[in-house]
Design a protein around this ligand. Sequence first.
Ligand code: SF4
Length: 472
Amino acid sequence: MSRQKQVLLVFLPSDSGVDGARSLYAEPEKSMPVQWFNRSVRKLIKKSQFAIPPLSLMILSSISVPGVEQRICDMRFEDFPDAVHWDLVGISVQTGMARKAFELADRLRGQGVIVILGGAHVTLFPDSCRAHADILVHGEADDLWKEVLEDLKAGTLKTDYRSDRFPDLSLARPVSKSALVKNRYFTTNLIQTGRGCPYNCDFCNVHVLNGHSLRRRSVSDIVDEVARFRKQDRRIFFFVDDSINADPAYAEELFRRLVPLQVSWFGQATTTLGQQPRLLEVFARSGCRALLVGIESIEPESRNAHRKTQSRVTELAAAIKNIRSAGISLYGSFIYGLDGDTLETPAAILDFVRETGLDVPGINILRPTPGTRVFERLRQEGRLLFDSEDSTAFRYTFGQEMLYRPKNIPLDAFVESYAELTGRLFTTAQSVRRGLGAPSAKTAVLFFNLFYTHLYGLSRNDLRKQLLCRSA
Ligand code: SF4
């Protein structure tokens, strides 16, 4: 009898955020107590299990072909399992971690392992991936992966797999969690209701990768999935869609049908939800405890410059208050350093956070990811601080380095104003106050604020070191 083919799907860690939060610079010799403290905080961050499983790999590992066994290796928690003979290793490549992915792929190929690369970076920059892979998967892999596994079995693997259309998500595609080690994660209850985004924010590539029209899964499939997942894991659900309220009629039907299941859930939405009272009421009743909303900017000029057009600045504060009044905590995500921002912007953000009572005010620095329109524009304007010809030069960090020159603010003044803003927003006392004052999910709000207090401290140090290195 021929042995089962062994396939490993690999997810790589970043060096930043929930994956470890280290300085980008070699740390100078520190005293034993300081070293011990830093190590303990890093361990605590990992143990706090903010990490969620890689959904794309869960989806692929759920596609079954007799004679092929698939495993997921999440390298945030384990080393690459070199002891096993793998017939095929698939690596998910994100642009911020492409170098790491290529290093691993090159090492494995040197040992004779067949490597297949897929993910956002492969879809956008296939030429830069070609030298590091035996096979490339272009675009969303849902309809292609079965063919890959069948070809592996038959010994007829091709060099490229691509489809000329996006997968039809209305077809039933049950997701299995059997390839996951459950207790590593904050929750394993990840649900995606659809893909695609009708908006055009220029710093985002969701619409480039997944298309402009919303493709929805059937409501019945999702309700069945939630019921099945709930039996396997009683923890919170996370709806990973970028805007869970993008199609209000669909969202209303879905969450109305989830009410009897009595789950608790987190998700991501636009602030428009605060102006959708019927939907807001259904969200609250169906167990919504917290939402991430992309505020991005409260400067009208910045919103226009970056095509963030889905809600008006004048409506933002009232919308946020409405959502919090419905008993839902809010993580509000800002980007400081957009093209309409000035040195007055941090004070306006502080006022806005104070007025609205946002539970976690996340302050990001613009990340011009290769493949987005903002990357192209900043490249043409000569404002990028990394090699724009090398698509692997961009790395993902938690606000630890400046990747571009802000339009209206000199670099050093920007870093100092960012440091002051995050230093004022994130202190232990503010974290406790926000945790206690959150309308729901108080413990999660408290932990996120404490976690960010540590991360923003790290990012301030690294940004200042970057400036010193540039001026040296
Ligand atoms: S930032 Fe959100 S709303 Fe804007 S294009 Fe991306 S997914 Fe769509």
